[in-house]
Design a binder for this molecule. Structure first.
Ligand code: BV8
Ligand code: ZN
Length: 262
């Protein structure tokens, strides 16, 4: 039996499915992954360095401008076939949740409703000093001109600098999000891990958590990332190809093209 047939049977036999997603599911929407080299203005920067409170303290305008630019990039992007396949599965009767490491809103814009953001959201801002949520006016959302850096706006309550509402390295994940994710992962029959390199902790523990709880895990990735446990299935290829193909193999969504995946 091919891995695609094993994955189709595992999906057919499941009821509660968790999609665990990383930057790779948004790659086909044109959003660079963290493993991709940064482009344009940011080429000389390392995301792991930029995504820290220390970097924001050191150069708030650089970090604020980078996130404004990423927010603009996400605003220009559209959900791709992989994002769109997930709510189709839920419309076809499966109990579907999404646990994502991504800070974009492409799952929500594709129609997914149960989305847990482990690392926060690009659309949220909060005060770096008092942590209260902030709100941006349309004028404050303008993107920096080439080479221009924009100072972060100020908190209306304490005049502290506003920062993106995301989880930086060395910051704890939002309590509620992590708890919901663990509950969903420990109670699912099937976890489909899509487009993640499995480097960043504690999120990277999620597939093993699912396996330990008796679920089957399907990995969808351009590279072979599976640890080949008995209940682990590796689908090596693009998320935008494999997720729709899985649904089509189950008769959910448009029929397979004649030369389609078997
Ligand atoms: C924490 C939000 C407790 C911001 C992100 C030493 C000291 C302190 C901490 C640590 C330490 N060592 C380790 C840690 C923990 C640290 C960590 O894991 N570091 C790593 C580098 C080892 N983690 C943390 O700090 C976390 N907090 O542990 O709190 C604590 C508290 C205090 C002190 C200590 C511990 C917080 C981590 C959250 C960081 N924030 N994002 C932002 O986005 O700007 S992480 C960010 O990077 C993403 O959210 C994502 O999680 C991660 C990137 O991972 P992926 O999504 O997997 O993306 P990647 O590019 O890596 O891979 C893409 C994959 O897709 C590839 O495999 C590719 O092949 C595939 N692909 C590409 N195209 C496609 C595709 N697949 C299918 N189809 C395609 N078309
Ligand atoms: Zn404040």
């Amino acid at each position: 039996m091919s891995n695609m047939q094993r994955a189709t049977e595992a999906l057919r036999a499941s009821k509660k499915v968790v999609f665990f997603t990383g930057a790779g599911i948004s790659a086909e929407s044109g959003i660079p992954t963290f493993r991709d080299k940064l482009t344009g203005l940011w080429t000389k920067h390392d995301p792991e360095r930029l995504e820290t409170a220390a970097a924001f303290r050191e150069n708030p305008a650089l970090i604020w401008s980078w996130y404004l630019w990423r927010r603009h990039q996400v605003g220009q992007a559209k959900p791709n076939a992989a994002h769109l396949a997930i709510p189709q599965l839920s419309n076809a009767g499966w109990e579907v949740s999404v646990v994502t490491q991504n800070i974009d809103d492409l799952h929500e814009r594709a129609g997914s409703s149960q989305v847990v953001h482990l690392h926060g959201s690009l659309m949220d801002v909060k005060c770096f000093a008092c942590h209260r949520p902030g709100k941006l006016t349309p004028a404050q959302l303008g993107i920096p001109e080439e080479g221009q850096l924009i100072e972060p706006p100020r908190c209306v309550r304490c005049n502290g600098k506003l920062r993106p509402g995301v989880v930086w390295f060395r910051e704890n994940l939002p309590e509620g999000a992590w708890r919901s994710a663990v509950r969903l992962v420990k109670n699912c029959d099937l976890l489909i891990s899509v487009g993640t390199s499995g480097v960043v902790m504690p999120a990277a523990d999620i597939p093993n958590m699912a396996l330990a709880a008796g679920a089957t895990v399907i990995h969808v990735n351009l590279e072979d990332v599976g640890l080949d446990a008995a209940d682990e299935i590796m689908l090596t290829g693009a998320a935008g190809v494999f997720l729709p193909a899985l649904l089509r193999a189950l008769g959910v969504g448009a029929p397979l093209p004649p030369d389609g995946l078997t």
